[in-house]
Design a binder for this molecule. Structure first.
Ligand code: FMN
Ligand code: MN
Length: 479
């Protein structure tokens, strides 16, 4: 069973040696960001900053809740050293389960309430994360809750939010996100502002669900329950008609204004680069802030991998993509999203390869909003989780001319693709490529080069003999 709240999770990662408390006073203005970034680049522990300059002692920031596979495993309630493939398997198994939330009337997340004119975002220690960011970001590892006014469907998504004034936040949900689509199709035509709640500091699985591309109509609160193997407890917001996790550390309630835009960004982003210049974002008028006593702000100092985005999204995106590809009848065996590829590069292994299958895979990745620019497709004998094997297959089996398929599109590209020009990003114009590293489907068996490897080139009797003597020969474990 999952952790009740963030504090339970913090206790667990402290026990396993995956957390370090920083007790000396640190500056919210880049010092926390710089420490967190360097620590990410060393795959270090989660950092809990307990004394933040200008803030009451006890107000804390937690950087990197699930920025290592060990912490993902712990969040899922598994042993810390669980292999990545097994984490994918467990996530895939639990992703389809749903458990209805329970509703409570009083909640830790509402221990402290600022309403109306009392609202002051600067009472919370929003950090200046990177030098060059457009402002102080309070929402980096959050859950943004919105509701369809017609059907009542609630969407969760993780989107960045920057402090603008004491009661205004600027955010940047991409045009292709569910939040932006809901605003455009349901609220803008009625010239209505959209109620929103920005939730900070739940146990990690709820946040991971918010990064997972569930479809419109799919209730992410229920899927979070399934993943946690326990219902999420919800409480009604103080100033908006929305339900939010009751044990969150902080909830910022507000309205996304229909008739306004706000200057937002840039921000050091997940592909590992600062994203452009200050641009047009959405504006949220904050109507209430509620928080626990001694609130803990969850932070992820995004940039060059690994960080929470590249690790957690490897799992959530990878499992969702496998399901999507299977749904299209593509003979997919496994999908792996290497964290180093920041969800822009995907590995797909297939039961049957060939250029037609590669085309189908590319079509899947470019049909709707496009997050992926490069896909490597490998045969089933390649371990998709082993990048050494994948690179070898790519180097040797992908035909430099015939093994490449490219798809161009406009209006749905990922604006955070560093190699797209400024003009392409503005127009959401882009391209994706599939590298087909499988043997052509029409090659006869004899035409396929034999792999020169222990498992493929020696008779069974020879292999058995070698294995039988392996340990005795002093060559280590047999398997
Ligand atoms: C740390 C992190 C930050 C993110 N920030 C944003 C963001 O600012 N804007 C955005 O459109 N997507 C962002 N994403 C990606 C979305 O969370 C992801 O696409 C998710 O599916 C969005 O929810 P939706 O499917 O309901 O739109 C972020 C993901 C992570 C892991
Ligand atoms: Mn969603």
């Amino acid at each position: 069973m999952a952790f009740g709240d963030l504090r339970d999770f913090i206790a667990a990662i402290e026990k396993s040696g995956d957390l370090v408390r920083i007790k000396r006073e640190v500056d919210w203005d880049m010092e926390i960001g710089a420490m967190s970034r360097r620590n990410f680049e060393k795959s270090g522990p989660a950092l809990l900053f307990e004394k933040i300059k200008d803030y009451p002692s006890g107000y804390a920031i937690l950087n990197g809740p699930v920025a290592t596979w060990r912490r993902v495993a712990i969040a899922l309630g598994l042993p810390a050293d669980t292999p990545v493939r097994e984490l994918y398997r467990v996530y895939e198994e639990r992703r389809e389960k749903s458990i209805k939330p329970s509703v409570v009337s009083s909640a830790p997340s509402q221990e402290n309430v600022m309403m109306g004119s009392e609202v002051d975002i600067y009472k919370l220690p929003a950090p200046m994360v990177h030098d060059g960011d457009g402002g102080r970001y309070i929402g980096t590892w959050d859950i943004v809750v919105t509701k369809d006014p017609d059907t009542g469907w609630t969407n969760w998504g993780m989107y960045r939010f920057m402090t603008h004034t004491r009661n205004m936040l600027a955010g940047w949900p991409q045009a292709t996100s569910q939040l932006a689509m809901m605003m455009k199709s349901k609220y803008l035509p009625r010239k209505q502002s959209m109620p929103v709640a920005i939730v900070i500091g739940c146990e990690p699985l709820c946040h991971m669900v918010a990064t997972d591309p569930y479809k419109p109509g799919q209730d992410e609160v229920e899927y979070a329950g399934g993943l946690r193997e326990a219902p999420v407890e919800l409480v009604r917001c103080k100033s908006q008609d929305l339900m939010v996790p009751a044990d969150a550390e902080v909830v910022i309630e507000g309205e996304l204004l229909a008739d306004r835009i706000a200057h937002e960004g840039p921000f050091g982003e997940y592909p590992g680069y600062r994203s452009g210049t200050m641009g047009e974002g959405v504006l949220v008028q904050v109507t209430a802030i509620t928080h626990r006593n001694n609130p803990i702000i969850t932070l992820t100092t995004l940039g060059i991998p690994p960080d929470d985005s590249s690790i957690a999204a490897s799992l959530t995106a990878g499992v969702a993509m496998k399901r999507g590809l299977k749904g299209r009848g593509i003979p997919v065996k496994e999908v792996y999203v290497p964290p180093e590829g920041v969800t822009h590069l995907i590995v797909v292994s297939v039961e049957r390869g060939g250029s037609q299958v590669a085309r189908q895979v590319l079509e899947y990745f470019t049909a709707r909003r496009v997050m992926v620019s490069k896909v490597i497709i490998v045969d089933k004998d390649i371990d998709a989780f082993d990048m050494g094997q994948v690179l070898h297959a790519f180097a040797t089996k992908c035909h430099p001319a015939k093994g490449i398929a490219v798809e161009h599109y406009e209006g749905r590209a990922n604006a955070l693709t560093p190699c797209f020009s400024a003009d392409e990003r503005r127009r959401l114009k882009g391209a994706s490529v599939a590298f087909d590293a499988t043997w052509p489907a029409d090659w006869e068996e004899e035409a396929i080069p034999t792999k020169s490897a222990f498992d493929t080139t020696y008779p069974e009797s020879v292999r058995q003999k070698v294995l039988a003597n392996w340990e005795r020969d002093g060559l280590g474990e047999k398997s």
